[in-house]
Design a protein around this ligand. Sequence first.
Ligand SMILES: [Zn+2]
Length: 236
Amino acid sequence: MTEKFIKNEQFNFIKKQVALIKDSIKKHVPPTVLNATIGLANAKALELLPHASAEQITLLDLSNLKTEDQFEQYLQQLSAYVIDFPHITEQQLKKMFPKSKKLKLPDLSNLAGNKLTYLGWNDLRTNKKYLVYELDGKLVGIECKMSAIEKNNICSICNGHGEVTYFSTITKSKKANNPDYYKAIGNLICTDSNKCNEKITNVDYLEIFLKESLGIEQTKDRMYYVNEDAFRKNRD
Ligand SMILES: [Zn+2]
C-alpha cells in the first residue's frame, strides 16, 4: 500500500468535485456536459498534487468512473490515504500555551484517523478558541477570544456556511518604532472546528491568519484577513 499522501483539505477539495459530478449525474445532464465535468474534476485533482507518483495518480484518477456508486467507492478508497494530524501530546500543548494556566485540552486519544487540517477546540468557560496547525513543518498554536454571534455565516477558514463565532487575537507583530503597538485581528470561524475541518478545501487564509497572529513576516500581499467592520462592532 502506498503511504498516505493526501492532506485533509485536499481530500475535501476532491470530495467537493465528486459532489459536483454526482449532482450532474442526478440532474441527467447531457453526456458531453457530464464528461466535461468529470474531465475538469480530474484535472483539478491532479493539479492539487503535482508531485504524485504514478501509483498515486492512478488512485486519484476519476476519469473512468461512471455511476454515483463508483464515485462513492472512489472517495471511500481515497480516504484511506489522508495524512494523519501530527502526533501531539498534552505536554506539548501546555508548552504551546504557557499563559493559559488551566488550559482546557482537546481529546487527543483519537487524533489519528480523524481528518484534520488543524486541531481546534473551544473552552466555553473562558470563551477561548485554540487552533493548532503545522506551519512550515512546525506545530504552532494560537489562542483566540470568541464572541458568540447569533447568525449563521461564512467561515473565513473553510468558506463554508454554518454556525460561526467571531474570533480575535492580538498579533505578536510589533512596529519597530512603537514597541507598545498591538494589533488585534479577527474574523468569523466555524464554532465547531470538526465541522470546519470537514469543509476546508485550502489553507490560504488559515496560514495568513496564523502568520499574522504569530508575527511571522509574510511576503504575500496582505490580504483581507481583518474584517474591520465586524471587529469594530464586536469591540464597541
Ligand atoms: Zn469553517
